[in-house]
Write a protein that binds this ligand. Structure first.
Ligand code: 5GP
Length: 194
């Protein structure tokens, strides 16, 4: 088990509905050491690709995304979940994303000013469940005529459909921690070759 997995075993709390609560180091209080370990592994995997931007969705994707962007020395761009008061409809890309944990659908928005066909983007998020967030971002990258260089996830719940859906889209996915099951309130990881 890697550093993130050790922290999940120590401090993660399994909630009803197959939700893992990681508020003590990832989703509320954020441990920069965990983030650094995560980013080191993303760099190992994506480091040799052409990347012009790191993209995520507010709020919980921002921490790992900005830390990776700092290492790659490229901008980090996050999709907004609420209507920006100062952005006209024709000036933005948007995609519908259904939130697994909140059970609401939001129209996530990126300004056309910051994404175009010359971009090659790594998509980052804290969790992968049904793949809605990552696929919504990939959809926006496609609308811009840009390229997805890869998808990097901190915690993948491999028993939910997101992994499969992203692979089927032909995207290169790398998840730092892959959870096989949260049954009986217990976290079980996939083996490396699974
Ligand atoms: P997806 O879009 O892949 O269905 O779900 C990913 C998003 O939902 C992530 O951005 C994350 O915020 C949230 N999420 C999904 N599952 C979990 C979970 O088990 N725990 C936490 N803390 N967030 C989750």
């Amino acid at each position: 088990v890697n550093y993130l997995e050790q922290r999940i075993l120590k401090d993660g709390v399994v909630k009803p509905g197959n939700v893992l609560k990681v508020d003590s180091f990832l989703n509320h209080q954020i441990d920069p050491i965990v983030m650094e370990e995560v980013v080191t592994e993303f760099i190992e995997y994506f480091g040799d690709r052409k990347v012009t931007k790191v993209m995520t969705i507010e709020a919980s994707g921002i921490a790992p995304a900005i830390m990776l962007a700092a290492k790659l020395k490229v901008p980090m761009l996050f999709a907004k979940k609420t209507e920006p008061a100062t952005m006209e409809r024709e000036d933005r890309y948007e995609s519908l994303v259904h939130s697994y944990t909140k059970d609401v659908t939001s129209n996530v928005i990126i300004s056309k000013e910051y994404l175009d066909a010359s971009d090659s983007v790594v998509i980052i998020d804290d969790f992968l469940a049904n793949g809605e967030a990552a696929l919504g971002l990939a959809d926006i990258v496609e609308q811009a005529g840009a390229e997805v260089a890869g998808v990097g996830i901190c915690i993948e719940k491999s028993f939910q459909p997101g992994h499969q859906l992203i692979k089927e889209k032909g995207l290169d996915l790398h998840s730092i921690s892959r959870i096989a099951s949260l049954d009986n309130g217990e976290v079980t990881f996939l083996k490396d070759d699974e």
